[in-house]
Design a protein around this ligand. Structure first.
Ligand SMILES: Cc1cc2nc3c(=O)[nH]c(=O)nc-3n(C[C@H](O)[C@H](O)[C@H](O)COP(=O)(O)O)c2cc1C
Length: 262
């Protein structure tokens, strides 16, 4: 099959966490933004907003509010992706939807859980479109999921209203040579990920196979360093059961409570 440049870009991509001290040129940024905003969006409503963080003091604060990740402060371009129903809700009010509902004698709906998840889908799809577009422009990128932690701090930092959910942060920059040469991460075999027609829970034997494979070597290396008995214990300790995961859940619970309260 002929080489497909889009597939090539996708297959070669890696998260890049160290950047050259070089600004992203305005025309490159414009191209990136243009591509990002072409992402599919539910109902063509664009249920998201992007905040470009240009203030170094805010970047420095993000290092701390996003679980101490210093490379955020060194990223030349930082975009915060927000799931956003505030804009549409404000427009509904501005358009007289309240009186429309009163005339029809029906209560006016407010954004609820389904709307929140749909807006999160929109924001994440735009973010991933940005990731691929960035790569094709020679820019490296890295997601920061920890933006979902410390809601109170992020809300105050960015003046976030009720129906706005900080779903992810993206750091962009021209990657250093070391980052470009770094090995790609591995993935699980597709048979553990893609099922036919119905969901399939994995057996103990299948888990053994999943983590015996060479592609899981990176986990095993870390497991030896940490003395965990298996990869499940390692990931539980380092990720799922770790303090940052607990903080993220507390923070997201608060965001959802804020979103849902009258
Ligand atoms: C939702 C999401 C959140 C992430 N959060 C972080 C983060 O906070 N810090 C970080 O260094 N990498 C973060 N990453 C990057 C992942 O660690 C990375 O994608 C994964 O290790 C696979 O490596 P690759 O992107 O190089 O293929 C995140 C990725 C995703 C999709």
């Amino acid at each position: 099959m002929e080489k497909n440049p889009v597939i090539e870009t996708i297959l070669k991509r890696k998260s890049m966490r160290a950047y050259e001290k070089k600004a992203v040129e305005p025309q490159v940024r414009a191209e990136l933004l243009n591509a990002t905003l072409r992402a599919p969006t539910a109902g063509n409503l664009m249920l998201y907003s992007i905040v470009e963080v240009t203030d170094q003091r805010i970047k420095n604060k993000l290092v701390k509010t996003c679980d101490n990740q210093p490379f955020i402060a060194r990223a030349p371009l930082v975009w915060l992706f927000l799931a956003d129903y505030q804009r549409w809700f404000d427009y509904f009010i501005a358009s007289g939807v309240e009186s429309l509902c009163a005339e029809k004698q029906v209560p006016m709906r407010k954004p609820e859980e389904g709307d929140l998840f749909l807006a999160c889908c929109d924001a994440l799809i735009a973010a991933q479109t940005a990731v691929i577009a960035a790569d094709s422009l020679g820019l490296g990128s890295c997601y920061i999921g920890d933006i979902m932690e410390n809601y109170e701090a992020q809300r105050d930092l960015f003046d976030l209203p009720k129906y706005v959910f900080p779903i992810c942060l993206l750091c962009f920059g021209y990657p250093t040579r070391q980052q470009k040469e770094r090995e790609q991460t591995s993935r699980f075999q597709d048979k553990f990920i893609l099922f036919e027609n119905q969901y399939k829970r994995l057996t103990a034997e299948e888990f053994d196979e999943m983590f015996r494979e060479e592609h899981a070597q990176v986990f095993h290396d870390r497991q030896e360093v940490l003395g965990a008995r298996n990869v499940g214990q390692l990931i539980y300790t380092r990720k799922f059961g770790a303090d940052f995961s607990k903080e993220m859940s507390r923070s997201v619970r608060l965001i959802m409570k804020t979103w849902m309260e009258d």
